[in-house]
Design a protein around this ligand. Structure first.
Ligand SMILES: N[C@@H](CCC(=O)N[C@@H](CS)C(=O)NCC(=O)O)C(=O)O
Length: 312
């Protein structure tokens, strides 16, 4: 089996979601540390424009977005399953709510300027670094649908959500006794609140929730080996993209397979990726593109939350 390569950085909650899923699956993986802010030349060489964190690479196939990465990990290692109750609406809805709504509430709490996670992971951060970080994220949200509310509003919403999470956790996990993909989504958005000493007391009135976070954190990250982004580009260049099984062109707005198309997220980081359309199913879009350093790669996106259009 091609060893999966995770492109990530330590402070990223979405990367923590995938690190924990890799640990759960007991997979050996390669780790590439990528920049926190743009420019990210080696990331963009692989994706063609998409800049978010993390990415999963399997040879010359690049998977964007953790919702899709979860499905890829399930295919690589079906047991233990990330979908023990099935890939149901309730599971998907809970995962989406955590990844999108709750993430937007947790970030202003745990990534307060100059404090929180940034202080924990970058204790020597200069004012210039903090300014660059703030500007990078503001630019990333430009034109998208993501809103960052003021701190007091986020804290109020977090309090209300924690009460409901605590009530939901009748067993060890959201849907009972078995861990599923939605638990990893909930875990990674609460992870920064739990990591930071200043915000951890918010969880104190919710012992079941706190135990839930500790239980998933204790899974660990599996076995990883560090490689450079140059090594990852070399791996992509010397591999051949996987043949897409059962390719379809479902509701593409008139784009046929083999034609040039453009894909980008709709929420934030609206950086279009252009390539030849190889698949557009209800779940996944695949573009094939070539890059002088990465060679010919296939970039995979989930269908949900992404926009497919004709190449400009
Ligand atoms: N829907 C995406 C969201 C990923 C995301 O927003 N990641 C954050 C880091 S936690 C990010 O990309 N930040 C900007 C960056 O790393 O360039 C996913 O599930 O992968």
């Amino acid at each position: 089996m091609t060893e999966p390569i995770l492109h990530h950085y330590p402070v990223s909650p979405f990367a923590e979601k995938v690190r924990a899923m890799l640990g759960f699956k007991g997979l050996a993986w390669k780790s590439v540390q990528i920049p926190l802010v743009m420019p990210k030349p080696d990331v963009v060489a692989l994706t063609g424009g998409y800049r978010k964190t993390p990415l999963l690479q399997l040879g010359a196939d690049i998977y964007c977005d953790t919702a899709l990465i979860a499905r890829v990990l399930e295919r690589l290692a079906p047991r233990p399953s990330l979908f023990p109750q099935g890939d149901t609406l309730a599971v998907q809805a809970a995962a989406w709510f955590a990844d999108n709504v709750m993430f937007g509430i947790a970030i202003p709490i745990a990534f307060q300027p100059g404090g929180g996670m940034i202080k924990l992971y970058f204790p020597d951060a200069t004012p210039e670094f903090l300014e660059k970080f703030g500007k990078d994220r503001a630019a990333m949200r430009q034109g998208g649908t993501v809103r960052r509310g003021p701190l007091h509003e986020c804290k109020a919403n977090m309090q209300g959500l924690l009460e409901r999470i605590e009530a939901q956790l009748k067993g060890p996990y959201l849907f009972g006794g078995e861990l599923c993909v939605a638990d990893f989504s909930l875990y990674h958005v609460l992870w920064p609140v739990w990591k930071v000493a200043d915000t951890r007391p918010m969880l104190a009135p919710f012992p079941r929730t706190q135990k839930f976070i500790e239980r998933i954190a204790a899974i660990g990250h599996g076995r990883s080996t560090e490689i450079s982004s140059g090594d990852a580009l070399q791996i992509a260049r010397s591999a051949t993209p996987e043949a897409v099984q059962g390719a379809v062109a479902l509701e593409t707005g008139g784009i046929a397979l083999g034609e040039q198309a453009q894909v980008m997220p709709v929420d934030s980081g609206l950086d279009p990726v252009t390539g030849e359309l190889r698949n557009a199913s209800a779940d996944e879009i695949v573009l094939r593109r070539s890059d002088p350093r990465a060679g010919t790669v296939q970039v995979h996106f989930p269908r949900f939350g992404f926009q497919l259009s004709k190449a400009a």
